[in-house]
Write a protein that binds this ligand. Sequence first.
Ligand SMILES: [Zn+2]
Length: 303
Amino acid sequence: MTLVVLALDALDAGLVEYFAPETDGLVLESSAEIETYAYSKDEPFTPEVWATVATGLEPPEHGVTGSGTSEWENPLLELGSKVTGRLDEDVRGTLGRLVRRTTGQRERLASTDAETTFDREGAVVRNWPGVTDGRDLQRAWDLMAAASEDLSRSEFDRRLLGLAAEQFGWAREMLEHDVSLAGVHVHALDSAGHAYAGDEEALGHVYGRVNGFVEELVDALGEDDELLILSDHGMRTTFYPPDGDETPATHSWRAYATATTDSLPSSVYDVVDWVDEHWERADGDDEEVDVAVDRLRELGYVE
Ligand SMILES: [Zn+2]
């Protein structure tokens, strides 16, 4: 049995309903809005919340907070979200300088020293903010930075969804192995939400593509496998009525969870306990791979 935990950044409970039926695959056996929190900013902040999901701890305890590294405080995200779709030349120039400055001084993203739910036997995790090295997340952020300069929409969508496809493909492959728990974070809806908060059709298209990826993953689940999908926050848009008085392209409080099981975590703090309840030990063997080292040496692959 494999339990898959899919972290769909910025998957918004309200927009899942708004974009139906294109989002029907995002409504599994149980689904609900879940409680999230803000700590270092006024709204839920991605790395802090995902580190909480993985550890069950508050930011001062897991140690991944806004002040962790300069990269977490990516100024592009904040500036970019305020000027989405309305970039004049001056702003583009400023963003360009910021891109060069941040990419020129790339640091490792902060990760927690605390025990995480992925430390258990047979668990694997890819691209989880605050847990893994975050290279995939950096790719998504770089893409957003490029979009605020001069990237076309078609290239933005192609690269963003190409990255998401890699992450969903990885999750599907884990189902073929003796993996007890597989966790993966996908940033597509957050990047698309910041870029397309004022464009219902464009954001709806990305929701539809993500819905398709989820349907493929659900189809690949074995009889005993389970899937939990959750988000850290949602995204405010110009076209979703309850966001009328809010600033578009900022994080909403509509975090969401849906699962193939009949219970759900009720908040981002509860996910560790929920995984404890639903996880089962894998029964793989630990036979080692028998590599012909001499052949590899002849080929120059090893010293
Ligand atoms: Zn986020």
